[in-house]
Design a protein around this ligand. Structure first.
Ligand code: ADP
Ligand code: MG
Length: 355
């Protein structure tokens, strides 16, 4: 976990606002040239973490080291870090070109005019805005404005870029396209991105690694498939929005819940006891079907189309809502009758127990 010349390191960073502990001893190391997603519910400290790295907030304790340099007490503009925020404010009276050039032209020691021209032209091309250089930023679309915001940050050549929900203001289609583009742009530049997103889908799709924050602490920091298959605790499983999480108590080979003792496959050690089964690992059977492994009686409530999948919602006797995901293209779409009774089954080896 030590800081080196080639990484970004946070060591025991704590930030309090009055009684609120926004960051509670956060330690993590980002490598050079990686895409890290930062996921967590609202209020978990994501923005506070970016602000502490950027230098807009001074931590109450802890250290921030960026590529071998302790920047804990350095002013934001001296840290060599770029930021892209959701509510990026472009200069409305300037063209695309001049917005992108602004940071270079107004640097403490600006590069020569022809170098500025070369770098701005290259960057405008890289983000797909070639041909729009002379447009006012009021004459381009929302997605194009987001690209201008990205370009004007990238053009200053920071080695670390902090992005706070940069796609939040875009519509769903554009968001999908920008996800791909952000990944490609980052790969071509070889810089480190720390990207805050409230969307678990976005975090898992974009990050080489994902940091999960919970109440100002790092709950897990791992590759997306590790987080998805082995969430570190029940809260991480909940944030992923892909697991049914049931409370109960671990008793040896089984986990005791409101639906009886349930067998499980994997155990993850955690101070918080729970039983998790993924939305897409559940079969819906007739209420009278013989129970194999796990069988929970439920009634069908409703369904929701998600484009590539359908979510089905079922209610158990105690009111707990179960979600079952059916991928379209996985055979005929099932039809369930509202308020009719069914049985949810899954293979014990697909279930995770925390405790
Ligand atoms: P996130 O970005 O994950 O939604 P934040 O980092 O914005 O979370 O906030 C973490 C916690 O710190 C929240 O409880 C929030 O209300 C509090 N907080 C953040 N900024 C301030 C501030 N300037 N003054 C007081 N409380 C703050
Ligand atoms: Mg935030």
């Amino acid at each position: 976990m030590a800081e080196t010349i080639s990484n970004i390191s946070l060591a025991g960073v704590t930030k309090r606002y009055g009684d609120v502990t926004a960051l509670d001893g956060v330690s993590l190391v980002l490598e050079g040239n990686e895409y890290v997603s930062l996921l967590g519910p609202s209020g978990s400290g994501k923005t506070s973490l970016l602000r502490a790295i950027a230098g807009f907030e001074k931590p109450d304790s802890g250290r921030v080291t960026v590529f071998g340099r302790d920047v804990t007490h350095l002013a934001p503009h001296k840290r060599g870090i770029g930021f892209v925020f959701q509510n990026f404010a472009l200069f409305p009276h300037l063209t695309v070109y001049d917005n992108v050039a602004f940071g270079l032209a107004n640097a403490d020691t600006p590069p020569a005019a022809d170098e500025i021209r070369r770098r701005v032209t290259d960057m405008v091309r890289l983000v797909g805005l070639a041909g729009l250089e002379d447009r006012g930023v009021g004459q381009i679309s929302g997605g194009q404005r987001q690209r201008v915001a990205l370009a004007r940050t990238l053009v200053t050549e920071p080695r670390l870029i902090l992005l706070d929900e940069p796609l939040g203001a875009l519509d769903a289609n554009l968001r999908m396209r920008m996800r791909d583009e952000l990944r490609h742009i980052r790969e071509r530049l070889g810089v480190t991105f720390l990207h805050v997103t409230g969307s678990e889908t976005e975090a898992l799709a974009m990050g080489d690694r994902v940091v999960v924050l919970d109440h100002g602490r790092v709950a897990q920091f791992a590759a997306p498939d590790v987080i998805l298959n082995s969430p570190a605790n029940p809260n991480v499983a909940r944030f992923l929005n892909r697991y049914n999480v049931m409370s109960g108590a671990l008793r040896g080979e089984a986990f005791t819940t409101a639906y009886g003792d349930l067998p499980y496959g994997k155990r993850v050690e955690s101070s918080d006891a729970a039983y998790g089964i993924r939305y897409d690992r559940i079969s819906v059977l007739d209420e009278a079907a013989p129970a194999k492994g796990v069988g929970i009686p439920v009634t069908f409530v409703t369904s929701e189309y998600l484009g590539s999948a359908v979510m089905f919602f079922f209610e158990a006797a105690d009111g707990h809502l179960f979600e079952v995901e059916h991928h379209l293209g996985k055979g005929r779409m099932p039809e369930y009758r509202p308020r009719a009774r069914y049985q949810l089954q899954w293979r014990p080896e697909d279930a995770i127990v925390f405790g």
